[in-house]
Design a protein. Structure first.
Length: 209
């Protein structure tokens, strides 16, 4: 169930951007937040490789990849978000569809990015999204995840307040999940986790064998 503030944020872009800016302070600001996935895979991909930004929204996290010369596809279920992505990032190839079962051919992407999106899915949907990533990646391809993680003592209360105001139950359920272990169980290798923002956020890279 969505909170009134969450619904308000999605209806009013200025408020959404303000909340994003405040929550991004702990990682050095919005620009650094949006580059986390891109920076994590520097040196691992050939220039011009095909990259999928899964649940791309209006394309902000895809922008660093586009600027660096990668061939970026953005998939989202929201036509409104894709319209904004088209306006701000015309080089982004947009695909409308569900992340659990996207209308995309298998084994075509060198990398897939999921930035602050996986916690929006219930446990069953989350597993299906990760299986989709396995299907869409090329052999040896990389997955990079940026998402919530149980905060350390200093940010535990702020995280609880933030989740109560702006997140749904799916986010709380994901905070109880060991994502690196789940990725390994699904078949990913080279799983590495980095904790950021007082442990309130995790950056994970994983590879398809």
């Amino acid at each position: 169930m969505s909170s009134p503030l969450r619904n308000f944020a999605y209806q009013h872009r200025w408020f959404y951007d303000m909340v994003t800016a405040i929550s991004a302070l702990s990682v050095g600001g919005v620009n650094r937040l949006r580059k986390l996935g891109f920076n994590a895979l520097q040196g691992k991909l050939s220039k011009g490789a095909k990259v999928l930004d899964l649940c791309c929204g209006s394309g902000e996290a895809a922008a660093p990849w586009i600027k660096a010369g990668f061939a970026v596809t953005g998939l989202d279920v929201s036509p409104q978000a894709l319209a904004l992505a088209a306006e701000h990032h015309p080089q982004l190839q947009q695909v409308e569809g569900m992340a659990e079962d996207p209308p995309l051919k298998a084994n075509q992407f060198a990398a897939i990015q999921l930035s602050l999106a996986l916690h929006e899915f219930n446990p069953e949907g989350r597993v299906q999204v990760l299986k989709t990533c396995l299907r869409l990646l090329q052999p040896g391809g990389w997955l990079v995840l940026v998402d919530l993680h149980p905060a350390g003592p200093c940010l535990k209360l702020p995280q609880q307040i933030f989740c109560a105001l702006f997140e749904t139950e799916t986010a709380l359920l994901m905070l109880k999940t060991d994502l690196p272990n789940q990725l390994q169980e699904l078949g990913f290798t080279h799983v590495e986790q980095k904790l950021l923002a007082g442990q309130a956020m995790q950056l994970i890279t994983a590879r398809l064998p």
